[in-house]
Design a binder for this molecule. Structure first.
Ligand SMILES: Nc1ncnc2c1ncn2[C@@H]1O[C@H](COP(=O)(O)OP(=O)(O)OP(=O)(O)O)[C@@H](O)[C@H]1O
Length: 322
């Protein structure tokens, strides 16, 4: 269980104009500004839920995750994770959570992966049997056998990320914070990490809060999303509701058995793409079913698919309206 009430995190930063004169002036007169990285953010995540955390660059996602894991002390507000106050960094709390950051290495760079895992075993004080069974399971699920003897520094990005996940989950955390876990991975690497995370959540009922710039991660793993922009929470609810609220249109992709004149589409919807026999129409959401039925009744249709616009476009619309 994660409970966040009126969380704010402000940073006081030194501001200096560029140039030599400004550098000298700054020696005697330091100017400061306050950055409101997170402001009045409240949400609750029940045990076992997977929640996507979305927002543009600099929105406050990482800062929130750092407050939830105790790396940062909130300026205002309260945070409770598993009944603990994270910034106290109590061992009983740290043993039950994990933070995985796609852009940072947590494993020892110079050690073979197997030895790097041993370091984590010592940090978490895992007993031989618990460690062995967790490691065996992770090695199988993440296909790590061929990597165990290789130095972490020589692993490819995708291989390293799989090892990072294993290292972060050896102690079987109940709450998992993931900051861009598929950053830079190719399509196969992303799919492997997503499948693994879905499986981990199902197996252990772990609570997961996940940030990602790849909407595929979020749509594959989370039903609920939190949307943050400039430090403020803009949306908390079902991804489907977000899509519905911010996308008044749907896409109908029609595959025809034979070509039809371009003017045929007038009255059905706006043509957004036409590729031979496949035509994509943009249609008001409320009229989708009726338009699809008319298409089937009046045109030589082989196939009809109804889709929402890409979630990326919808999220962009949320930020634009915010
Ligand atoms: N230690 C710090 N000192 C000063 N400002 C900071 C610090 N950490 C973060 N910020 C600022 O707080 C804001 C939120 O940053 P944060 O890293 O939380 O965003 P984010 O949503 O994770 O962005 P991204 O998607 O780019 O990783 C930004 O304006 C950032 O510059």
């Amino acid at each position: 269980m994660i409970e966040v009430r009126d969380l704010a995190k402000h940073f006081r930063v030194h501001r200096r104009q560029p140039g030599l004169r400004a550098a000298f002036r700054a020696l005697v007169h330091r100017e400061h500004v306050t950055v409101h990285a997170v402001d009045q953010v409240s949400f609750t995540i029940p045990t076992g839920e997977v929640v996507g955390f979305l927002g543009p660059n600099g929105a406050g996602k990482t800062t929130t995750l750092k407050c939830l894991t105790g790396l940062l002390h909130p300026t205002v507000g309260s945070v409770r994770v598993l009944g603990h106050t994270p910034h106290r960094r109590e061992p009983a709390f740290l043993r039950r959570i994990s933070l995985v950051m796609g852009q940072r290495n947590a494993l020892f760079w110079d050690l073979p992966a197997a030895d790097a895992f041993e370091v984590n075993r010592a940090i978490y004080g895992l007993t031989g049997a618990a460690y062995r069974s967790a490691l065996d399971e992770l090695v199988t699920l993440l296909d790590l056998e061929p990597l165990l003897t290789k130095q972490v520094r020589v692993l490819s990005l995708g291989e390293r990320m799989r090892c990072e996940l294993a290292g972060a989950l050896l102690h079987r955390p109940d709450v998992l914070f993931l900051d861009e876990p598929t950053l830079g991975l190719d399509v196969n690497g992303q799919a492997a990490v997503r499948a693994f995370l879905r499986d981990y959540n199902a197996r252990y009922g772990a609570t997961v809060l996940l940030t990602s710039h790849y909407m595929g991660d979020v749509t594959a793993l989370a039903r609920r999303v939190l949307v943050i922009d400039r430090g403020t929470l803009r949306f908390d609810g079902d991804l489907a509701a977000l899509v519905e609220a911010h996308s008044p249109h749907r896409l109908i992709r029609v595959t025809l058995r034979e070509a039809v004149p371009a003017q045929t589409w007038v009255g059905f919807g706006e043509v957004s793409a036409a590729d031979g026999a496949v035509v994509t129409l943009v249609v008001p959401r409320a009229e989708t079913a009726a338009v699809a039925a008319r298409l089937l009744a009046t045109l030589p249709v082989e196939d009809v698919a109804i889709e929402d616009p890409p979630v990326e476009d919808i999220i962009r619309a949320v930020f634009t309206h915010a």
